[in-house]
Write a protein that binds this ligand. Structure first.
Ligand code: ZN
Length: 302
């Protein structure tokens, strides 16, 4: 009987060694076999985005001399949640508050209807990391030289922006084009980390740049507009243009609002951004425009 047990154990051991040698029990192989394919895709996608972002950086830099690039970088320092989009990628691993952790959710509310046209996303109301609109499309018009990853918008907003672009051209012969629209959570993470590298801390970076989950661009309803006279850049130089003036007076006709108006930093949490439009639908945009409100104030009144 003892001999039989011994033989049985020997057999088990032999089978185990065979499988181990063939790699089936190797931890690396096992992880790959069981990994969620969606997660794998997201990770690949993330890498591609980072590569593309770096590619677009180098093409940006090659068209401007270093002094101009430096000035543009400084200007972005003083700006809002769009800041840092064109910055160089960083290899350094930086800890940022991760949604799902206690640190991130301190004093913030998770948005429960992210698809709603008047969804409020700011430093207090955050989107989940896996939120991605289901109806993202590329608008028919876009500023030249921009990275494709920034071009998508929710269908209704993409149609509205086309109507806006066409009307500006027909009525005033102005060329105003979208220059940056949907940004995934992962892309915003890259942008934010770049800002942390430059500023030295999460707190400093957050003064001018949105944390992942807190960027309105993740809704697919926000779009930064620009024009050729400022080289389609997204910074304060756009504010002095005829195009920006037209946008401020007319964006509501197409369902957009200037999301971060002048003098409302305490309410919105960000400085004046003449280029950043947010789609809310025509009726809401008209009310917000006529009453001179921010989205926060408008929603408070509802
Ligand atoms: Zn923006």
């Amino acid at each position: 009987m003892k001999k039989l047990t011994f033989l049985f154990i020997l057999l088990i051991a032999a089978v185990f060694i065979f499988f181990y040698a063939s790699g089936r029990f190797s931890p690396g192989t096992q992880a790959q076999q069981t990994a969620d394919p969606v997660e794998e895709f997201r990770e690949d996608d993330f890498q591609t985005e980072e590569d593309r972002l770096e590619e677009s950086d180098s093409s940006e830099e090659s068209t401007t001399d270093s002094e101009e690039a430096e000035t543009a970088l400084d200007e972005r320092d003083q700006q809002g949640p769009d800041s840092g989009l064109e910055d160089e990628g960083s290899e350094t691993e930086i800890e940022v508050p991760i949604p799902g952790t206690e640190e991130y959710y301190k004093g913030v509310t998770v948005v429960d209807k992210p698809d709603h046209l008047t969804v409020l996303v700011n430093k207090k109301n955050v989107l989940k990391s896996d939120y991605e609109p289901s109806d993202l499309v590329k608008p028919e018009v876009f500023a030249p030289g921009r990275s494709e990853i920034e071009m998508f918008m929710r269908e209704e907003a993409a149609e509205a922006v086309l109507e806006l672009v066409n009307t500006a051209e027909e009525e005033e012969n102005l060329e105003i084009l979208p220059a940056s629209a949907y940004r995934s959570y992962d892309l915003q993470t890259i942008i934010f980390k770049n800002n942390v590298s430059r500023k030295g801390s999460v707190e400093k970076a957050n003064e001018t740049s949105a944390l992942p989950g807190q960027s309105e661009h993740q809704t697919g309803l926000a779009v930064d507009m620009s024009c050729s006279s400022v080289g389609y850049q997204i910074n304060s130089s756009f504010g002095d243009t005829e195009e920006a003036e037209w946008l401020a007076d007319n964006a509501h006709r197409f369902g957009f609002i200037i999301r971060y108006p002048e003098g409302k930093t305490k309410i919105t949490g960000y400085n004046y951004e003449p280029w950043h439009l947010r789609y809310v639908g025509k009726d809401t945009a008209k009310s917000i425009y006529e009453e001179g409100l921010t989205l926060e104030e408008y929603l408070e009144k509802q």
